[in-house]
Design a protein around this ligand. Sequence first.
Ligand code: ZN
Length: 345
Amino acid sequence: MDPQLERYSRQMRFGGILEKGQRKLLESKVTLCGCGALGTVLANHLVRAGVGHVRIVDRDFIETHNLQRQVLFDEKDVADNIPKAEAAARKLRLVNSQVNIEGIVTDIDRTNIEELCRDADLILDGTDNFEIRYLINDVAVKLNKPWVYGGSIGSHGQTMTILPGKTPCLRCVFEAAPNPGEAGTCETAGVLAPIVSIISSIQATEAFKILTGQADRINRELIYLDVWENITRRIKIAPLLGKVDCPCCQRKRFEWLEGEHGSQTTSLCGRNAVQVSHRMPSKLNFDEMASHLKQMGGDVSFNKFLLKFNAEGHEFTVFPDGRAIIKGTNEIDKARVLYAKYIGH
Ligand SMILES: [Zn+2]
């Protein structure tokens, strides 16, 4: 056997993969949107399986309460303030040096999602956020790329696979995002790690089918599982294709991508925090910023990925591109005022 393939031998003995499937995986490129609970499991499966190029995109840093379910992170990552995308990439490069792993610390929005997905064979949803899912759906339909949706909360989760034009898209099935507060959040409803692993493992298997050229084998239903209540449901969604007047896949109106929905500054789902997106034309100079904030009496620490400080009872995390996550408020206007005061216009 080709020594490069030896590490995949057990997977290649499986009749659904074989050597030809493995070679296809090695030539594949995947964009993974979000590297939290679902995303860490997805990234882990992809890299160990030998998907040749894995682009991990995430906007967030790691907190201790993530460690219960976000399997690629540890206490040192929290102490060192390493953003999720970077921490995941570092860890997985130690697992498989044969594959190309890109860790990108950025907020996925309508201005950058096409560039992040254009060269990918497949897009995977590892987010916890409907706004980004609808953006992924728009870009996947526009660029005609498959994507796999997954979500979990409490003890339940769901997943579906979208092949644009061949299966219903996310908007065919869920016309609009749940209103804030309507769907539970990880903070209000909590989340059990096993349901996250199950849903993301189904997503990863769907990825293997698509990347090895076996899209005919994909799951064509909406799978819903509750591991605490012992519920398994398979909801038939295939008949929706072409039957509903879907703005996205039928009328090709990409409302999320074109900015008719969504916002730049968002209250972060269930976290008592607001993200202020204010892209700077050039990178922030953390050295200068830190000395300025210290003069204002702030408690500041930074590395090349992010700068943290506390002021007025709020914790600020600032990224080099000017984006900030401000903890201790859900009010967008208040966050904007704090941002203007400490970070800049
Ligand atoms: Zn649709």
